[in-house]
Design a protein around this ligand. Sequence first.
Ligand SMILES: Cc1cc2nc3c(=O)[nH]c(=O)nc-3n(C[C@H](O)[C@H](O)[C@H](O)COP(=O)(O)OP(=O)(O)OC[C@H]3O[C@@H](n4cnc5c(N)ncnc54)[C@H](O)[C@@H]3O)c2cc1C
Ligand code: SF4
Length: 348
Amino acid sequence: MSKPILIVGGGPAGLAAAHSFATVGKKAVIVEKEDRLGGAPILSGYAKLVPSGEWASDAIGGMVTRVEQAANVDVETGATVTGFDGTPGNFTAELSNGKKFEAEAAILCSGFTHFDSVNKPEWGFGTFEDVVTTTQVEQMISSGQGVRCPSDGRKPERVAILLCVGSRDRQIGREWCSKICCTVSANMAMEIREELPNCHVYIYYMDIRTFGLYETKYYWQSQEEFKVKYIKARIAEVTSDGDKLIVKGEDTLVKRPITIPFDMVVHAIGMDPNVDNPSIAETFGIDLEQHGFIDVANRYGAMGETSRPGVYVAGAATGPETIDDSIAQGHGTAMAVLSGLGEISKSA
Ligand SMILES: Cc1cc2nc3c(=O)[nH]c(=O)nc-3n(C[C@H](O)[C@H](O)[C@H](O)COP(=O)(O)OP(=O)(O)OC[C@H]3O[C@@H](n4cnc5c(N)ncnc54)[C@H](O)[C@@H]3O)c2cc1C
Ligand code: SF4
């Protein structure tokens, strides 16, 4: 019987790849370091997803159930890969839980790490309780608690969402756009206005990148229907006057300093390379690109090829990606693995 395909990471990309293998009767082993599958949308408790509007627990939870019920997918949670040797078609993988097995190929679906806002201290996170991140607001909404100021549980009357926190910021070594945070923030602003119609929501931006078809559904709808206010600004600092949070900066359209009080400030955090990438690169013998994401060796050949034959990559492990693109890459890379194995068996 043929050996399985190793999939590292059980987020949207890894779940899609596993589902593709399951549907063609190919065995797969998912190795997930956390104690459950689902990746960032489940582990970080996202609320309603862009662009489907479905709850993450339903949409990605459904993908998890489908994979967990597949007879030919073995799921190893709470484990990492500690050794990976061999050649395409004949690899041996060793896991941190002591398991050892042979695999024909591997797909790295190990995703990203959320930017830690303490690395942007002048914007108040870690100093003021009511300065929170988009993931915290997602959790407030998905838990059913609603959007509340952490300091005293009150409903905020004024919320500022600051874009590009940990993205497009050379000063802190993050020279990439995280792609989805403009759209996620516009969506979140509308959700806040829907729950708290008397709350004023402002989005502070450098540029708005609600790319592709998201422009109408998120950028324009948030302004025209939900009355979200957009301020093109360079933010200097977030402080407090003892009562309100104060966002200070320069309105870059009128070139004037602006100081506005808020009850809650939300950091739209970006997508960092997975903190595990240096050790993943060493274990699998693959290259990282200049920012620390996993390098895609050939963009126009087989999908997701890395610098090592037989080791592939999909999803946000390659750089900031949306969920639907991560899922597409998971499926596409599974196809590339199968066709690569077909080439090996033809030449054997
Ligand atoms: C605040 C926020 C909101 C977002 N909302 C949306 C949205 O509404 N719509 C949208 O399209 N996108 C959204 N995104 C982007 C979305 O999170 C990613 O597109 C998606 O999670 C990428 O899926 P993935 O499977 O590639 O990676 P991940 O979701 O990061 O999954 C990777 C998995 O690999 C595991 N792993 C990591 N390292 C190892 C290791 N060494 N060994 C074993 N397992 C490992 C992780 O535990 C995780 O389960 C949002 C992003 C942010 C920051
Ligand atoms: S998507 Fe928007 S908020 Fe996110 S990094 Fe790009 S420009 Fe900034």
